[in-house]
Design a protein around this ligand. Structure first.
Ligand code: NAP
Length: 306
């Protein structure tokens, strides 16, 4: 079978970029992988572990002649990287990204692009709390969703090629608008991360309970929050700065529901608590039934999927 793309270029070789490199190699999806990373350390690691076929010190060099270019840097860095390399993109190339927020990336990247380049934003709903070029693995995208958010004038053939790319990496693909993506992810990913960060911070600040007790008795639930709260601070800072409206909307709803729970506890309303907990348990069962989690009781799993 011939490769789906001749040359694929990666701008950013961290957790997601390196996982995609492994998936491309395993599936023989491209003939040549070129890569750019801002630091010499990441470039050296990429070379040492054979992530890419050619490694470059500038984004412009990495993208020249590429048929598919994938931005894999933090959301807040996409605009500057796009500005630097846009004029080196080959006419007809497909440019995509993996950022956790979509409308802000369209806002920051699209204005820099020359005519003839197909920009189709994307977001694989897969990841772990690890970062860096050595944390990637080919199976990360297996049976996970990848959301593409084509623009109104996106070429359907280019969208279909990109869909095939993600399917070859093991993902299921869904299309939606950037705004809808940001609303859905605000509740399924961004708010849970904010709650985890806050839960861990609150526990760490407690004076009546010592830090060693928090760690010693963490299996009571706390440690599952710490896995999420171990995620990369730069990535998550950028997510909240760039999906402000949707996160604030979901946070408002969450705070109202939390107040209702607080009230139920204060008034000893066991029925309200029981009903809510029962509904929540059903949601967990639906996620397992949809193949997005296993029922194995492996709290603090090995390769957590986000
Ligand atoms: P990562 O492991 O921390 O890697 C980030 C990469 O971006 C590194 O190669 C880093 O280069 C580079 N970079 C950082 N700041 C930069 C800047 N200002 N200019 C140019 N390059 C810069 O991050 P990741 O987890 O792969 O995340 C990458 C993207 O994927 C983010 O947009 C994130 O929202 C999205 N995403 C992440 C996950 C996840 O769970 N991790 C899941 C889905 C989507 P150096 O190494 O040279 O510093």
């Amino acid at each position: 079978m011939s490769a789906l793309f001749e040359r694929v270029a990666f701008l950013g070789l961290g957790h997601i970029g390196s996982s995609l490199c492994h998936a491309i190699r395993r599936g023989r999806i491209a003939s040549h992988i070129s890569g750019y990373a801002q630091s010499a350390k990441t470039r050296e690691t990429a070379k040492r572990i054979g992530l890419v076929d050619s490694i470059h010190e500038t984004a412009s060099e990495a993208v020249s002649n590429a048929d598919l270019v994938i931005l894999c840097v933090p959301v807040g860095a996409c605009g500057a990287v796009a500005a630097e390399m846009a004029s080196s993109l080959k006419p007809g190339a497909i440019l995509t990204d993996v950022g956790s927020v979509k409308a802000a990336i369209v806002r920051d990247v699209a204005p820099h692009l020359p005519k003839g380049v197909e920009f189709i934003p994307g977001h694989p709903i897969a990841g772990t709390e690890q970062s860096g070029p050595e944390s990637g693995f080919a199976e990360l995208f297996h049976n996970r969703w990848c959301i593409l958010t084509p623009l109104p004038d996106s070429d359907p053939d280019a969208v279909s090629r990109l869909e095939k790319f993600w399917q070859a990496c093991g993902s299921n693909v869904e299309l939606m608008t950037p705004e809808h993506h940001d609303l859905v992810l605000a509740i399924t990913s961004h708010l849970p991360h904010l709650i985890a960060y806050n839960t861990v911070a609150t526990a760490a600040d407690l004076e009546e309970v010592t830090n060693s007790e928090v760690i010693k008795y963490s299996a009571g639930g706390f440690r599952d929050f710490t896995r999420i709260a171990a995620s990369d601070p730069t990535m998550w800072r950028d997510v909240f700065l760039n999906n402000r409206e949707a996160v604030l909307e979901m946070l408002g709803r969450f705070s109202e529901d939390l107040s209702a729970l607080q009230r139920a506890i204060r008034w000893g309303d066991g029925e309200a608590l029981f009903n809510l907990f029962t509904r929540a348990r059903e949601v967990r069962r639906s996620i397992i039934a949809a193949g997005q989690e296993t029922a194995a009781p492996n709290f603090g799993r090995d390769q957590g999927q986000r």
